[in-house]
Design a protein around this ligand. Structure first.
Ligand code: PMP
Length: 407
């Protein structure tokens, strides 16, 4: 069991009062808070090792390079990947997906081809494919959802066919919490000869993740949602895929030779990391991974399932309150989107903030999903390792307060 009281000691930001109340941070699906070890890693890098990587001969450059490349190995270990060279550092999940849309998509997607996604997706797994489809004369197809917030497998199956070149789906919904059976989806894509991209922005931070078990060809996620810093994303690609792809951006560090006639590219993954990367934040991601590994991802998942079950049971006792997504906490992650009758989500979030409770209100970058739910927005509470059952009572108080105000 996670010792939440002790663990909160590691997160300096949590030790403050907001609007006269203990800060209750329930917005980890947007970004997580950072443990002291991650903050220290950033400071330590700048105080002891700051230098540009790869090109330098001097001690600091070598030290910085070792720490940066060391994180690549930690990322590979964390997701069960055998080759660190299959891990590319980007800015975030969004950039990882855009990289695939350009470097793989512009080469392999043509007129009449189809890309299959779903109505559940985050905008970062929709818009890059719409842009690619417009460039290539291809089409984007959308699998629908079941009323209880699962991806409709029959609709997905019906969409995947001989024209499908890529199936790109999320692992865990940032709104519904739904955890998709992605290995099954990967198999459906592969049977049709298509590749499978997994948006793992909400899953890698919250459950034991084994890239081989997912069956994915590409996996994208963000450091800032897994206790790491902003400004770092990961793209993992199945061995050999990166070699087949064109560079995403050109510049320093991604070349082997530059001549007037033409240039040649560095080995992967460096071919995809043009210019000076976000060295400090990549190194601090290494500290975040070590923190999560020390907790144990099985424990993290167990904790979040129990907390989600408790939160759902407690919230459902509020008259009229409706929770979106699957009812079974085992089928979802620590994300609870809810409606309070007569209270707009933005008002709900404002009143919650008055109680020191940080929740998110809006479309959560999922406008297609909002249309399916027939709501303009939802209120969303989302959890991480530092949340406990004592965070739910302040949320309930805020909801009761909102109900009184808008009665
Ligand atoms: N996909 C999902 C499922 C997400 O929840 C998010 C972040 N809300 C993203 C993609 C985009 O992540 P980022 O903003 O870090 O690129």
């Amino acid at each position: 069991m996670l010792d939440i009281e002790r663990l909160r000691e590691d997160f300096p930001i949590l030790h403050q009062r907001v609007n006269g109340h203990r800060l209750v941070y329930l917005d980890s699906a947007a970004t997580t808070q950072k443990p002291r070890g991650v903050i220290d890693a950033l400071v330590n890098y700048y105080e002891t090792s700051n230098a540009n990587i790869h090109r330098g001969i001097h001690t600091l450059a070598q030290r910085a390079t070792e720490q940066y490349e060391g994180t690549r190995a930690k990322v590979a270990r964390f997701i069960g990947a055998s080759n660190p060279e299959d891990v590319v550092f980007t800015r975030n999940t969004t950039e990882s997906i855009n990289l695939v849309a350009h470097s793989w998509g512009d080469r392999f997607i043509g007129e009449g081809d189809e890309i299959v996604i779903s109505q559940m997706e985050h905008h970062s797994n929709i818009v890059p494919w719409q842009l690619l489809a417009a460039r290539a004369g291809a089409a984007v197809r959308f699998a629908s959802l079941t009323p209880d917030g699962h991806l409709d497998v029959d609709s997905l199956r019906a969409l995947i066919g001989p024209r499908t070149k890529l199936v790109s789906l999320m692992h865990m919904s940032n709104v519904l919490g739904t955890i998709n059976p992605v290995a099954e989806f990967a198999e459906m894509a592969h049977r049709a000869g298509a590749l499978f991209l997994l948006d793992a922005a909400q899953s890698v931070p919250h459950l034991p993740f084994d890239v081989r078990a997912t069956g994915a060809d590409f996996v994208a996620f963000s450091a800032h949602k897994m206790l790491g810093p902003t400004g770092v994303g990961v793209l993992w690609a199945r061995e050999g895929l990166l070699e087949e792809m064109d560079p995403f951006m050109g510049g320093g560090d991604m070349i082997a030779t530059v001549r007037e006639e033409a240039s040649t590219w560095a080995e992967v993954p460096h071919k995809f990391e043009a210019g000076t990367p976000n060295i400090a934040d990549v190194i601090a991601l290494g500290a975040a991974i070590e923190y999560l590994e020390a907790l144990g991802m099985d424990e993290v998942r167990r904790h979040e399932v129990a907390l989600t079950a408790y939160a759902m049971d407690t919230l459902e006792r509020i008259p009229g309150l409706a929770i979106h997504g699957p009812r079974d906490p085992e089928e979802r992650g620590g994300v609870v989107s809810f409606e309070v009758p007569g209270v707009h989500p933005h008002d709900m979030a404002t009143i919650a903030d008055g109680h020191g409770v940080a929740i998110r209100a809006g479309h959560h970058c999922a406008q297609l999903l909002m249309r399916q739910l027939r709501v303009p927005a939802t209120s969303r509470a989302s959890f991480s390792v530092y949340n406990g059952e004592d965070d739910i009572a302040p949320l309930v108080e805020a909801i009761e307060h909102a109900r009184k105000v808008f009665a």
